[in-house]
Design a protein around this ligand. Sequence first.
Ligand code: ACO
Length: 324
Amino acid sequence: MPLRSVVKGVGAYLPERVLTNDDLARMVDTNDEWIRQRTGIARRHIAAKDELTSDLGRKAALAALDNAGASVDEIDLIVMATTTPDNTFPATATRLQAKLGVTRGAAFDVQAVCTGFLYALAQADNMLRLGQARCALVVGAEIYSRILDWEDRSTCVLFGDGAGAVVLKAEAVGDGADERGVLSTTLGADGRFYDALYVDGGPASTGSAGFVRMQGQEVFRHAVKRMSESVERALADAGLSLSDLDWLIPHQANSRIIDKVGARLGLTPDQVVVTVEEHANTSAATIPLALTHGVQRQLFKPGDLLGLTAMGGGFTWGAAVIRW
Ligand code: ACO
């Protein structure tokens, strides 16, 4: 029987310190009403000075392992999506591996900004299905507070810090679309849009980390289009259609983007998981954060069809379809 990747557990972590919209209004020329109306964001969490991306990832990973009833000894693959690595090298995934006490298997980072979690999920899924690993941790972890220009109100209000993780195991569950597991993943990129969303630094350009720069409206337009199209493509790849979809778990950047994607896909608002209000855009961490939110509230029933989708810098985009 062919192997399929099955989600065994999910977990998330948000740093203790909360920064509200009112707090931000004391730092830059903005206000709670503007931020809520334009983005749906009410607050974001900010990592402590001594917290690293690998620390956030570790807490989310431990929560996911606990939820899965799995032990660290089972892990033989760690794929970490992050745009804010602890250091330029080695991969933050290897630091996470050491912090978890895992000493076998592969560990590497994936950099696809806000689409990072889906890129990481696709790599882990492919390796599990090929039999190259048996139990994977897929982690999205970010500390955006360290790459934000806190004087630029057009970007600093949008992002936050956080982490989420998923434990995936290879199981011989059959290959029908009604069998549980990851049914399909689809990824895309178009590097011509580099300037619309980027960080103005890096080891080879300036030697420092740099700050997020963004053309908000350009990003908004592409996000709605690419996220909707990706879900349709992933469904088609799995031999399914929109009417089969029970839940949308979109990247949490902006509630207006999410509303438009949901409407384009013909979903009702109660089929769409929205958590952006609580943590703002945590880039690669938003999808596992939203998945964990759904699991904690017992939203997903066995057999439900979940569509995950994201779009981010690059531009990059993607989707995954999972039978729960
Ligand atoms: N507070 C108050 N006013 C602000 C703020 C702020 N934080 N930021 C901008 N403004 C002002 C602008 O200066 C402008 O003023 P003006 O009319 O006097 O010139 C006015 O608000 C409108 O600005 P716009 O940029 O036109 O506002 P828009 O409605 O496009 O909303 C936003 C901006 C929220 C950034 C929107 O474009 C957006 O959400 N884009 C998507 C960006 C995104 O989500 N990026 C995340 C990374 S990519 C991803 O995850 C998909």
